[in-house]
Structures are given as structure tokens and as C-alpha cells.
Design a protein around this ligand. Sequence first.
Ligand code: NAP
Length: 286
Amino acid sequence: MPASDAAPSRAQVRLLGYPLGHSLSPLMHGAAFAALGIDAEYALWETPPALLAERVAALREPGYLGANVTIPHKEQVVRLLDEVSPLALRAGAVNTIVKRGAVLRGENTDIGGFLWPLRAGGAVLDRWRVTLLGAGGAARAVAVALLDAGVPRLTIVNRTPARAEALAAALDDERIAILPLGDAWVGGALAQSDLVVNATAAGWRADDPPPLAPDLLERLPDHALVYDLTYRHTPLLRAAEARGLATIDGLPMLVEQGALAFQFWTGREAPRPAMWAAAQAGRDNR
Ligand code: NAP
């Protein structure tokens, strides 16, 4: 149920995005508040672009701990905040707003969330060449995470070349190459990749065209890992598994970015097992 704009009595966190149909975050954060006995509510705030500034300003009302920000606002919200962490500023994308007194501060917990399953799985990022599909808000966080982790090569492939060019220009790093989706060189980049990350929005619906054509997936080396930020078993992941490649879906990232955001809002250690169980149950019941 969408929350009202009136100042609330319980502590509140909001998710600002448009549209918000597929979010597991209310379940996950509701379970976290319950596990720690915190009287707070996490609710969806469907926010068309024209309402973004007004909704961010409303977070200044008493009762709000902060918010999450998702598609399509992660980049546009930066200019509406009082402070932005250096990491989020580098990514040019904010997914978490934290209220400290009168100050609204932007953080990017997608960066830590993205890295978590890679680190847990023993990824050797300072030796891995990576192909990144997408150049939106999530891809910005992924690119910063990978460059800071020391990857020797990052090829960004996007449908709209100008958006990849803007990301490469903002990060200004000689390890970055950019290619338009469909370019003949994409196969060559994949053939030299240890990791491919899908940070595009393609993959939510069963009939979505995969972000990589099947013949391109064949170009990956046998040891390559395919990581899809979508938190479901996408056609890309199914095709990669059919080829015998290792895969990671977006659920571990979702839980870890949520846990890091929860810690910013509450100052408490996040109850990750409760969050994980709620997110997994929510996904499986979908
Ligand atoms: P965004 O800013 O709207 O960017 C969307 C990206 O997807 C752009 O690069 C866009 O390309 C590309 N795209 C969209 N439809 C496409 C299609 N049919 N074919 C090829 N490319 C397409 O969105 P975002 O915030 O970056 O989110 C991207 C994805 O990451 C979403 O699925 C989101 O749910 C997921 N995500 C997951 C987590 C997690 O915790 N697991 C966290 C953050 C995001 P153009 O530039 O050409 O439009």
C-alpha cells in the first residue's frame, strides 16, 4: 500500500522509485525491524520523476530515518541532497538517503552489496577482466566497485552509447573500454573476460530478450562467472548454467545492500539471517 505524504508517528523509511512493482525491500526491512524490536516501518513511495524533489524534501519531516532510491532516480537524486559520501559521489549514484538531524546524506550501498558475494566466493578481482552490461545507476556502482577492487580491464557495453561514454568520462580510468551493444567487438571482449555482469534492466520478465545473445555467451571462457543483478533466475543465468558456467543472481546483493542501508538508518548491526530469509521467501512466493 503506498504510504501517505503526512508526517508519520512511527519511525519511517521509504523506497522512492518508479515503478515499484517488484520490490522485496519492504519484506526484508520489515523482518529486520521486527528481529531487533525496532518500531519502524519501510514502505513504498511510488515517485514519478516530477515528484522526486517534493518527496525528498518530505523526508525532512520528523519521523523519517531515511530512504532507499531505485530506478529511475539514483542519478538525479544526487543534486537534491545536502551531502553525498565520496564513494556515492564517485559513482554519481545514490541508493540510500540517511537523515542525520537536519541533514540528508546520500550513500551508495549497492557498491558493498555487489562485492559481497564475489568476495565470499573468493573472486580474484585484481586479476579478473570484466565485461559490464549496462550504464545506468546500478552499473555506475558496479563500475566503481570493480575499479576500486583493482580489475585490470573493464569493458562497459550499453544499448545507448552516450550513457556509457558519460560513465567512462566521469570515472576517467584508462582500464575502461566502452562498446555499443551489438558491436562486433563485444564477442572479443567476452572471450577475454573472467566475469560478466548484467546491470541492465533486461531480465525481469520471462519474455524479455536476454541482454546477451546466446551466440555471444558462447564466446566466454569456460572458467567465466556470470553475475546477473536481477534477483531472479533469468534467461541469461539459465543459458550460462546450461553452458556449465558458474553464476550469481542478484539476491545476495539485494540483501547486503539492504543490510548496509539498515545499519546507516538505525546504527545497529543488521540481522542478516532474518533479512535473507524474508527476501528469499518473498522471491520464491512471487
Ligand atoms: P537504470 O538506471 O534505469 O538503467 C537501466 C540500464 O538497463 C541501462 O543501461 C539501459 O540501457 C539498460 N536496459 C534497459 N532495458 C534494456 C534492454 N531491453 N536491452 C538492453 N539494455 C537495456 O536502472 P538501474 O538502477 O541501473 O538498474 C538496473 C538493474 O539492476 C535492474 O534490473 C535492477 O533491478 C538491478 N539492480 C539490482 C540490485 C540488487 O540489489 N540486486 C541493485 C540495484 C539494481 P540504456 O542506457 O540504453 O537505456
